[in-house]
Design a protein around this ligand. Sequence first.
Ligand code: NAD
Ligand code: DAU
Length: 355
Amino acid sequence: MILVTGGAGFIGANFVLDWLAHSDEPVINLDKLTYAGNRENLASLAGDPRHLFVRGDIGDKALTGRLLAEHRPRAIVNLAAESHVDRSIHGPEDFIQTNIVGTFHLLEAARDYWSALADDARTAFRFLHVSTDEVYGSLGKDDDAFSETHRHAPNSPYSASKAASDHLVRAYHHTYGLPVLTTNCSNNYGPYHFPEKLIPLMIVNALAGKPLPVYGDGQQIRDWLYVKDHCSAIRRVLAAGRPGETYNVGGWNEKPNLEIVHTVCALLDELRPRADGQAYRQQIAYVADRPGHDRRYAIDARKIESELGWRPAETFATGIRKTVQWYLDHQDWVRNVQSGAYRDWVAKNYGERQS
Ligand code: NAD
Ligand code: DAU
């Protein structure tokens, strides 16, 4: 079996569902269930003996040590993290605790477990760390896309905490020989995306008749990857990646934020037109920019393609249509995640940004 951390979050839940759709190898899913963790994402696995959910913290070494000793997984896939840049600006401490200290404790538990394995199991074991393109900082308009050798230059507390975790993972390979793999991925989108992030926020706000808050001039560029393509990339790296290596994962879909918002609006105009016949894009509101906002991310995904034969299956046009349709079909899920804590966050983040 494998141990997945953060498997109740956006990418984690997609990964667990995808994993069990492709294999019968069981998953222990360790998740703290922060505001971003949601067991409803895993509802389709209720009663499935291949999925064991454990509520807990990756920083709790006694717990992770017990789980490893009891279940003897052949791999750990570490997705647990604080993941939202805006929240890291309002309050960085949780990011330091989970992304740096938590990853450190998980690495320690993994090292203890791995070093006591028999030779064959020790050789086969993998610690796969899921990271982000944000560790590389911001690109200029004409700069080459991020390759795996691009220098780390994180600009937000979130990206700095992820860069620190990448360094720890790298050091555990170099110093102790722990067979680690790191993936640095671009912006994901798709089902179960928590509506604090750009695409799901635009969909749920549009449908609720609320403003669509675009930071600054809306010309910041992200490289969008459909989440199921990210899941297939993780599976591929786990199966065939070379220990100690880093693989960049991206969708070859660089787009400015404003274009993303226009695309979401156009799809909603088609699939769920406004009752008054007006266009959703009328709801766009330019608001104060994110402090330290990175201008452009772009992933050079040639290494994972040439070494491991992975390429994304979705184009942005196909992936965004599926995503908008998923939100239209899962309005109960949307209502359930918009708790009091969610409303408090929206008030805190957007209340101070004047249109
Ligand atoms: P998310 O915020 O949706 O989910 C994070 C999950 O981790 C939640 O279920 C949460 O409960 C859990 N968690 C948080 N702290 C924990 C702890 N201390 N112990 C155990 N569980 C804990 O995040 P996501 O968007 O699914 O991102 C998953 C991973 O992928 C993160 O490491 C993130 O940095 C990385 N990543 C995300 C994107 C993206 O576009 N979302 C892109 C590249 C990389
Ligand atoms: O690049 C990978 C990263 O992508 C991951 O590591 C992060 O975990 C993930 O959250 C994401 O970070 P971003 O900051 O790029 O995602 P977010 O959805 O928050 O914002 C995308 C862009 O949209 C960014 O330029 C900010 C802008 N934005 C965002 C929100 C929430 C807006 O203009 N308005 C908004 O309300």
